[in-house]
Write a protein of this length. Structure first.
Length: 383
């Protein structure tokens, strides 16, 4: 009984502390949709938007039109067809002929020691002419003032790197619950609101990583993270290690992405890089899985298995979890109802972590974008 009491107290403390910091931290983020862009009397630096694409035929046209429709005065769009075997390449070529400032580049091969996406980003950056580089994805939708607002904020805050958190358009309450759970764990672990401060915390968002071209070259470009599947976060880490200024903003009002179409798609998609979060180390990953189960799922079971004070403490933990997931749903622009699915979301997240670890170890690496990469090489590129 003493062990259960201590566990109940510890669990309640952890969840309450997580919820408090998560709620306060999310409210510290500037909403990009409320940033007033500079008027034309302020010269804004030219921007190169770099978009890698592999088999994105279903989303890329709408995404590229949203990028090309930006009201920013000086920008170019470089779209890289990364060995697609669907209609992606043809769509990119057609749009390059229709839209001024959009350039199509076809990547036929990936050199040894490179992940395909990272290589495509590097190729695009090598051809870019802008003073600022925006790395984004082929399924990202941008409101027409996004770039103007982002560069304005970056200029005013004297930043070298700016990331933006997008709104995730997820069909169905089950998938929304899982995405909401991902946001809870991602933000609790990385604490993106601390990225602007000196210290170890850093941030990078694949949907929107905007940084100065000179800084990109000084941190070693994507060559320094050639074998990192979590290239967005690792890019942000390089920026922070080098002592440059970075920040993250809430881009939900002006930036969106259709991430996955189903819970199964989410599980398969995140399997490729979940193990990378612990640098492919087994002990930290096992600890993370156990922590999720003990902290968030055990209190639910304890409601039926315990009595008295211990049950009440676990009930308080369940209530705190509900409040934390509900507040995160508000931040993510989801219905508060998805908070009720937090046990399912936690279970799915734990399964993703376990699946990624087991498959990566059993297969000796990861399979991504049609290529298999050895675990030894992935571990060697530790940042």
């Amino acid at each position: 009984m003493v062990i259960l009491l201590v566990l109940a107290l510890a669990t309640l403390f952890i969840i309450a502390a997580m919820g408090l910091e998560l709620g306060l931290g999310n409210r510290l983020l500037i909403r990009l949709g409320r940033v007033e862009p500079f008027t034309r009397v302020h010269p804004l630096p030219p921007v190169s938007v770099i978009i890698p694409a592999r088999n994105e035929a279903g989303t890329i046209e709408a995404a590229l039109r949203s990028v090309a429709g930006q009201d920013y005065p000086r920008f170019e769009v470089i779209v890289l067809d990364d060995r697609s075997d669907d209609a992606t390449g043809a769509i990119i070529d057609r749009m390059a002929s229709e839209l001024p400032g959009l350039r199509a580049v076809h990547v036929r091969d990936v050199p040894p020691g490179w992940l395909g996406k990272n290589h495509a980003l590097w190729v695009g950056a090598g051809q870019a002419k802008g003073e600022l580089l925006l790395f984004t994805d082929a399924d990202v939708m941008m409101e027409r003032t996004l770039l103007s607002r982002a560069v304005t904020h970056m200029t005013k805050a004297q930043l070298d790197h700016l990331a933006a958190i997008p709104r995730v358009d997820a069909p169905g309450l089950a998938l929304q619950a899982c995405v909401n759970g991902f946001v809870v764990f991602f933000c609790s672990f990385y604490k993106p609101w601390r990225a602007r401060r000196p210290g170890p915390y850093h941030i990078g968002i694949g949907a929107f990583n905007l940084l100065r071209a000179g800084v990109y070259r000084r941190i070693g470009t994507h060559q320094a993270i050639a074998m990192c599947p979590d290239d967005d976060m690792k890019l942000g880490k390089l920026v922070k290690i080098a002592g440059f200024r970075q920040d993250v903003v809430d881009g939900h009002d002006v930036l969106s992405v259709r991430w996955y179409e189903s819970v199964g798609g989410l599980v398969r998609g995140l399997t490729k890089n979940a193990f990378a979060a612990t640098d492919y180390r087994v002990v930290p990953m096992v600890f993370a899985i156990l922590a999720q189960v003990v902290v968030f799922l055990w209190p639910l079971a304890a409601l039926a298995l315990t009595t008295g004070t211990i049950r009440w403490l676990n009930a308080a933990s369940v209530l705190c979890s509900l409040l934390m997931f509900r507040d995160t749903a508000r931040f993510s622009r989801f219905s508060p109802v998805v908070a009720l699915g937090y046990p399912f979301a936690v279970a799915v997240t734990a399964c993703i972590c376990g699946r990624a670890m087991v498959l990566n170890l059993a297969q000796g690496g990861i399979a991504w974008r049609g290529t298999r990469y050895p675990l030894q090489q992935l571990r060697a590129n530790r940042v």
